[in-house]
Design a binder for this molecule. Structure first.
Ligand SMILES: C[S@@+](CC[C@H](N)C(=O)[O-])C[C@H]1O[C@@H](n2cnc3c(N)ncnc32)[C@H](O)[C@@H]1O
Length: 245
């Protein structure tokens, strides 16, 4: 192991990526789509979460970076590097699970939708959208995915939501009684697990919505979607507080 490799080994994984490892559990062959630097792939191998990795990115320079880090860490032989768009780099069934981390929710949706057969074959998909959480959950739910688990992480001053799902059209997603119909900005699993970050995350979100509402009010045009967003968030905060043990 050279000096650079030691440096890689010592690098702490970002909390959002640590949480993604937890949600992933263990699998055989993991596809890390949008791997960029490849740190998640390396950590997944080191933790024994999988046997092999297919690390993919649409950007050739990012993939080259991931490959360099893997070689430095001595784990390169267990990773196959592929440059390309989303799941197009995989043949159906080749990977047993996938992660799509640090991308916009809309991009994750377009990646899953462009290769439905491949996506539906994964035993688990772990996603960490940077934004567009509602769009992603909405797509998963209407497309027959079962949301198995969710988590919230506070990392470098912002909240991140993580979602673990698998295609299971026969298993409908359950929402607690009182959940606003069709509202997917926040996760029912996190609420049911009483994730301690749920309330502060919703408070922060509501403050942003109220600020937008105030500005919209001053301009004389308040979008109904914004009013619903704030109402639903308040309703979920009440629901969270009501279910307090
Ligand atoms: C912000 S980085 C996230 C890196 C890493 N997954 C993480 O969470 O730390 C997003 C990565 O996704 C890649 N990407 C964007 N669109 C993609 C696509 N359609 N297919 C594969 N990779 C994509 C980008 O090139 C970039 O490296």
């Amino acid at each position: 192991m050279n000096g650079a490799g030691n440096k890689r080994r010592g690098r702490a994984l970002r909390p959002r990526l640590e949480k993604a490892l937890e949600l992933l559990g263990s699998t055989d062959v993991l596809a890390d789509i949008g791997c960029d630097h490849g740190y998640f792939s390396l950590a997944a191998l080191r933790k024994g979460c999988c046997e092999r990795i297919i690390a993919a990115d649409i950007s050739a320079p990012s993939l080259a970076k991931a490959e360099r880090h893997a070689v430095e860490s001595g784990l390169g032989s267990r990773i196959s590097f592929r440059c390309g768009d989303g799941l197009s780099v995989l043949s159906p069934g080749e990977a047993t699970a996938a992660v799509l981390l640090g991308m916009g929710g809309e991009l994750i949706v377009s990646i899953l939708d462009a290769a439905k057969g491949t996506a539906q074959g994964f035993e688990r998909i772990v996603m960490q959208p940077m934004r567009g959480e509602a769009e992603l959950r909405g797509y998963l739910i209407k497309s027959g995915y079962h949301i198995e688990d969710e988590a919230v992480v506070f990392d470098a001053g912002r909240y991140y939501q993580l979602i673990a799902a698998r295609y299971a059209p026969e298993e409908a997603n359950a929402f607690p009684e009182g959940w606003p119909d069709g509202y997917y900005q926040f996760g029912a699993c996190s609420l049911e697990k009483r994730d301690e970050l749920m309330l502060p995350m919703m408070r922060r979100y509501l403050a942003i919505m109220e600020n937008k509402l105030e500005r919209a009010g001053k301009s004389g045009s308040v979008p109904p979607s914004l009013v619903r967003e704030a109402e639903c968030t308040r309703k979920l905060m009440d629901l969270f507080e009501q279910t307090e043990e």
